[in-house]
Design a protein around this ligand. Structure first.
Ligand code: ZN
Length: 367
C-alpha cells in the first residue's frame, strides 16, 4: 500500500503535464501482467518499443471523435496544443480506409505505416515522458524504474534512429524496473488501475472543460463497448457446442459474449479471453473472477494445440480477430496466482466459493 500511495502522489507532482504519465504507468502494469510466469513472477525489465506499442493501444480508442452535442472533436490530452503522440496516432488513423477499425485490423491493413508510427511514438516516449515521469519539483523520485539516458537524449537522436533501424547503437532500450516494482504493479492492479483511470479522465475533463461532462467521459476513454463482440458470437457458440460456457445449458435465441478475465481487471479482447454465455449468466458474473472449475475448462480450451484452441485460431483468422494465447495466459496467472487470502470466486448465479490456491496453481501449471 505504501508503494501505491507513493506512486499516485508522484503522478500528481511529476513534471509531465500531459496524460502520458498515466499511459506510461498503465503500459508498465499491462506488460508486467502479460509476462507473469507459472511462478507468479513478472518480468524485471521492459523495452521502449513494448511501451510504445502499449501506449498506442491505450490511446487508440481515445483518438476517436468525442460525441459532444455542441462541437464533436478529438479530445485534447495536454494543456497546450494536442499531445504529439495523439497527433501521430490521428495522422496514422486518417490514412486508413475505415477510420473506425480496430487497432488490430489497422496493423494488418497498414503494417508499414504502423511500424513508422511505433518508431515515432517510441522516440517521443524516450525524449519526453520516460526521463521526466519521475522528476518532481526539487528533485527526482525514482520509485518505478531506471533508464540509461536523460533529458539530453535529444542531442543523440542519431543513436536512437540507428537502434530503430536495427543497426549497431550505444542506445540501451531497456527500462529496468526497480526491485519489487513488477510484483507491486501486478498485485495492486485492481486498486491502481481504476484510480489512475479516474485521474486520467479528470485531467482530460479539465483540459476539455468546454465540452465535457465527466461522468460519461471515463466510459468513452476506457469503456469496453468500443469494439463490437458480435462477429465472434456465433463462432464461440459453435466451439461451445451451442451451450453456455458457465452453466452448460443450451442457448435459446440470445447469447452474449463475456470477457472471461473481466475488462475492469485487464482490457483483453483477444479471442482466447472470450466465451459465449447466457445474458443472465453474464449479468450474474459481472466483474467477478470465475472459479477454478470454469478456469480449468477455459485453460484446457485455450491450450495451444487443443481442439478448442485450433477452432479459436481459425475463428480468429476468419474474422481477422486478435489472438494471443500466451499473453492472455500471462494475465490470468498474474491475477489468479496473486489473489489475496479470503477472496471468493464466482461459480454460478449467486454462488461464490473460496479460492483454493493449490487448485489454482495446479490448473495454471497446465498453461
Ligand atoms: Zn448460462
Amino acid at each position: 500500500m505504501g508503494f501505491a500511495e507513493r506512486l499516485i502522489s508522484l503522478l500528481e507532482r511529476t513534471s509531465v503535464v500531459a496524460t502520458y504519465k498515466y499511459a506510461v504507468v498503465i503500459a508498465l502494469m499491462d506488460l508486467c501482467m502479460e509476462a507473469t510466469g507459472k511462478d507468479a513472477i513478472p518480468r524485471s525489465h521492459v523495452t521502449t518499443r513494448q511501451v510504445a506499442e502499449k501506449v498506442i493501444e491505450l490511446y487508440w480508442p481515445q483518438t476517436r471523435t468525442y460525441p459532444a452535442s455542441n462541437a464533436p472533436r478529438v479530445l485534447r490530452q495536454n494543456t497546450g496544443k494536442q499531445a504529439r503522440i495523439l497527433s501521430d496516432i490521428l495522422a496514422f488513423r486518417s490514412t486508413l480506409p475505415d477510420q473506425s477499425m480496430s487497432l488490430h485490423r489497422a496493423r494488418l491493413e497498414a503494417p508499414v505505416a504502423y511500424q513508422r508510427l511505433v518508431h515515432r511514438v517510441e522516440w517521443t516516449l524516450i525524449l519526453m515522458p520516460l526521463p521526466r515521469v519521475q522528476k518532481v519539483r526539487g528533485g527526482e523520485e525514482p520509485i518505478l524504474y531506471h533508464i540509461q539516458w536523460d533529458t539530453d537524449i535529444e542531442r543523440k537522436k542519431r543513436d536512437v534512429t540507428a537502434y530503430q533501424r536495427g543497426e549497431e547503437s550505444p542506445f540501451d532500450n531497456r527500462i529496468l524496473l526497480k526491485p519489487g516494482v513488477p510484483e507491486y504493479l501486478v498485485r495492486l492492479n485492481l486498486l491502481l488501475r481504476p484510480l489512475i483511470f479516474r485521474n486520467w479522465a479528470a485531467l482530460v475533463a479539465r483540459v476539455n472543460r468546454d465540452l465535457i461532462e465527466e461522468a460519461t467521459l471515463e466510459e468513452f476513454l476506457f469503456g469496453k463497448s468500443r469494439v463490437s463482440l458480435g462477429p465472434v458470437a456465433p463462432l464461440l457458440r459453435d466451439i461451445q457446442n451451442g451451450a453456455c460456457f458457465y452453466c452448460g445449458k443450451t442457448f435459446g435465441r440470445r447469447l452474449e459474449v463475456d470477457h472471461f478475465i473481466p475488462w475492469s481487471r485487464y482490457p483483453d479482447n483477444g479471442i482466447e479471453n472470450l466465451v459465449a454465455a447466457h445474458a443472465r449468466c453474464n449479468r450474474k458474473k459481472r466483474d467477478f473472477l470465475a472459479d477454478t472449475e470454469h478456469l480449468a475448462r477455459w485453460t484446457a480450451r485455450n491450450t495451444p494445440g487443443s481442439p478448442g484452441a485450433r477452432a479459436l485460431l481459425s475463428a480468429a483468422r476468419e474474422t481477422r480477430w486478435e489472438s494471443h494465447a500466451e499473453q492472455t495466459f500471462g494475465v490470468a496467472r498474474s491475477i489468479y496466482l496473486n489473489l489475496l487470502p479470503g477472496v471468493k470466486l464466482w461459480r454460478l448465479g449467486d454462488i461464490f466459493v473460496p479460492a483454493d490456491r493449490a487448485t489454482l496453481r495446479r490448473v495454471l501449471a497446465e498453461t
